[in-house]
Ligand binder design. Sequence first.
Ligand SMILES: Nc1ncnc2c1ncn2[C@@H]1O[C@H](COP(=O)(O)OP(=O)(O)OP(=O)(O)O)[C@@H](O)[C@H]1O
Ligand SMILES: [Mg+2]
Length: 381
Amino acid sequence: MTITSTQPRSALDGTGGAAKSLTLTDLVKTYASRGRESVTAVKGINLAIEAGELVALLGPSGCGKTTTLRMIAGLETVTSGSVRIGDREISQLPAAKRGIGVGFESYALYPPMSIRDNLLYGLKARKVKGAENMVASISRRLEMDDLMELRPAGLSSGQKQRVALARALVRNPPVLLLDEPLSHLDASARQRVRRELKILQREFGYTTIVVTHDQVEALSLADRLAVMDAGVVQQFGTPDEVFDDPANLFVAQFVGEPQINTLRGVTRTDGGRVYVEIGSGAGRLATAATGVADGTRVTVGIRPQDAAIVTASESGIDCTIAYFEHLLEFGLATSTVAGIEEGIVVQTPPQDSYDPEQGVVVTAPPERVYLFDVDSGVRLR
Ligand SMILES: Nc1ncnc2c1ncn2[C@@H]1O[C@H](COP(=O)(O)OP(=O)(O)OP(=O)(O)O)[C@@H](O)[C@H]1O
Ligand SMILES: [Mg+2]
């Protein structure tokens, strides 16, 4: 069943028209307040989001995610730069004229009205036909039928979140912005609502940005990820691109669970191949790098999923098992390397087992041994 069964989407959509691209160019936000130092929360963001695409904006607390969404929505002024929906510059338009649905948790509901009436309010004002059906369908799909006759004041934070999401969805906007839309739901509801959100987004083709702290949520929802830090987009790509080919150490460390191993190393060129020596006399790993000079001090990144314990290898590091954990689907072997402080965590097959003090050799495929500049964290290739 589709929500638009009684109406074509252009009739439900107050601003008219199908999904549109969303383009941010050199977007900057400086918060200036009297008596306090100004804060540049967003430092020149460029993102070209395709029509109907779902982008997850991922990054640590304070990196500027909410500020970015608020500028797009028109809830915050733009210090400089441009926001375009399709070909239209919108950064100077009032929020109500932008045709954007926002699922911000704090979004006001009218206290005297039931949730159902709150959801219907905007649609009825615009004389949208099929509004009742649409609200009923979204309510069912977001598992909030039992909330529909309640007043906003009685809701828990997880319930408020679903109402905010529903309210953004019923507007059927060409662009949808969601700031941590599922953070207050319990684990099982979260998974189901997440799936439903993705299905609705696909069905309607909303061009969507979802802010999340949760990697699994980002990976499961997003066509592409924008990984942000300190007001800058560090990498924009498909989940696989970001995971398999991180642009810098920040992205490599931020995306991936368990976290990537980082070790100090020195490059050695041998027979036309770049190796990296780790620890003192512990061995070396072959890399796929071609443009790194011999003797360069580097930070080496190896994901636990890419590392493997082998009996011997021309490309391997001698390690000692410090700690072994049996988890359900795999094991985690934490090993130490002579001469450095950092250990290496290896994700092992479920049937394998290791003992403390056991000597092992750790290897990884050359293309999965990442090298980063020691100071800037930029990927060296
Ligand atoms: N109204 C404001 N006035 C001054 N500084 C602000 C204002 N709003 C946000 N900031 C600052 O801008 C920076 C980015 O904040 P923002 O809320 O965009 O981060 P965020 O990525 O959404 O973080 P979180 O994950 O914690 O929600 C922070 O340093 C914050 O303190
Ligand atoms: Mg935020």
